[in-house]
Design a protein around this ligand. Structure first.
Ligand SMILES: Cc1cc2nc3c(=O)[nH]c(=O)nc-3n(C[C@H](O)[C@H](O)[C@H](O)COP(=O)(O)O)c2cc1C
Length: 199
């Protein structure tokens, strides 16, 4: 994994499961930076240009947007995925991105990567039915979905104003989830350091 230290900062990568211009999920991700403690930063990676997965195009020289996605994941200390639920599951755009990023199998940039999963919906279930699918797909890649209460933001459009998350209770819940992600990153860094010392 990329090593997040206090000297270099902790770099998070936000990936939205919606490529719609006025996406609620992207708005949630754009609201996260102020919730993070100073050494941590978050950048977003837009999936707009990632083509449909085709193993014929995969390998050492994948399509440019795929190479950028994999590089961004490799450089990040942790991921924050925010996704809608489409027909009770994860949108194809997100599954497609996970599929590209998952190669080579069990040795991809996703391996060992801590990932906080957020779902959001204008509906009352907050997209929670997509959570298990997203977590399962991440687990298949050997990424590390953060184990905690699900972050499923119901009535999300009512909690946003001018493209920013403004609902205080939601902000508090998401802040706690981000703290869990940072804790997971710190634990993994410590474990890696311990392993290096024992070697
Ligand atoms: C194909 C499709 C399927 C959808 N299925 C669900 C669903 O199962 N559950 C739900 O809560 N919302 C569903 N919605 C509504 C989305 O949650 C809503 O469009 C949401 O705003 C999309 O996320 P975004 O704002 O980040 O683009 C669906 C929308 C589309 C386009």
């Amino acid at each position: 994994m990329a090593h997040g230290t206090s000297a270099t900062g902790i770099r998070l990568l936000g990936i939205s499961g919606s490529i719609r211009r006025n996406s609620n999920c992207t708005a949630v991700l754009r609201s996260l930076q102020p919730l993070l403690p100073a050494p941590a930063t978050i950048e977003l990676f837009a999936l707009d240009d990632v083509p449909i997965y085709n193993a014929d195009l995969d390998g050492d020289a994948p399509p440019a947007a795929v190479a950028r996605l994999k590089d961004a994941i490799a450089q990040a200390d942790g991921l924050v995925l925010c996704s809608p639920e489409y027909n009770y599951g994860m949108p194809g755009v997100l599954k497609n991105a996970i599929d590209w990023a998952s190669r080579p199998g069990f040795a991809s940039p996703l391996k060992g990567k801590p990932a906080l999963v957020i779902t959001a919906s204008p509906g009352t279930a907050g997209g929670v039915r997509a959570q298990a699918q997203i977590r399962d797909a991440l687990a298949a890649t050997l990424a590390r979905p953060v184990v905690r209460q699900h972050v499923a933001i119901a009535n999300v459009n009512a909690r946003l104003r001018d493209g920013q998350l403004v609902d205080e209770a939601t902000l508090d819940f998401v802040r706690a989830a981000l703290a869990d992600l940072l804790e997971e990153i710190a634990l993994l860094d410590k474990a890696a350091l311990g392993a290096a010392v024992r070697r």
